[in-house]
Design a binder for this molecule. Structure first.
Ligand SMILES: [Zn+2]
Length: 212
């Protein structure tokens, strides 16, 4: 069921994402064409090296942003990169069956879902019922933010807070804790910058939550 490509460690997987994003930012991305022999090989099974939980936003396609090819990334996209029953199930599948060594929660600048959550939380705006359900997953991430800041600053902070919140919730799972402790898996948050194409990995900064 698996291909014969070697399994990467979490650190190697993260390095590969960084290198891919560097190529993308520098305009050196490889054109994503796939030879028939590779498709035939991939048809036998997949062994992606990273799972990405990203936003549905049309401007943030993970394969392109990380200059990754077919079979390399296991991608879940949902507005606001939130968790939910189906998404948790997909993540669990990625962990237990595909055993991707790296999990990335990828938010992005100017996220409309996060902005709608800000409107709902701080400005009393009403949303359609199913959107309101989606926003309920983002609103708790906004606790502690100063709503009197300029809207762009608030949105920036909220995007990062939403990623950190999702990472924190995932880390509460004993399964994630055990796999991180064993060193077979790494979970990181990241924010994509719309203007530059650069992915900023949050754990690089000292503002990472204690114990992360
Ligand atoms: Zn978004």
């Amino acid at each position: 069921m698996t291909t014969d490509r070697p399994l990467l460690t979490a650190a190697q997987a993260l390095a590969r994402l960084r290198e891919g994003n560097d190529r993308f930012v520098q305009g050196l991305a490889r054109f994503p064409t796939v030879q028939k022999e590779i498709l035939a090989e991939l048809a036998k099974g997949q062994q992606p090296y990273a799972t990405i939980l990203g936003c549905s936003d049309s401007r943030v396609p993970p394969e392109l942003v990380f200059d990754a090819s077919f079979g390399e990334l296991f991608v879940i996209r949902v507005a606001g990169n939130v968790l939910g029953a189906s998404i948790l199930g997909t993540l669990q599948y990625a962990g237990s069956h595909l055993q991707t060594p790296l999990f990335v929660v990828l938010g992005h600048d100017g996220c409309g879902a996060v902005e709608a959550a800000i409107d709902s939380r701080f400005r009393g705006q009403q949303h359609k019922s199913r959107i309101a359900v989606l926003l309920e997953d983002i609103v708790p991430a906004l606790d502690g933010l100063d709503a009197s800041q300029p809207p762009q600053v608030l949105l920036c902070q909220a995007v990062e807070a939403n990623v950190r919140h999702t990472v924190r919730v995932l880390r509460e799972s004993p399964e994630v804790q055990a796999r991180e402790r064993e060193g077979v898996m790494k979970l990181v948050g990241a924010v994509y910058e719309l203007q530059t194409g650069r992915v900023r990995f949050l754990d690089e900064h000292s503002t990472a939550p204690a114990g992360a």
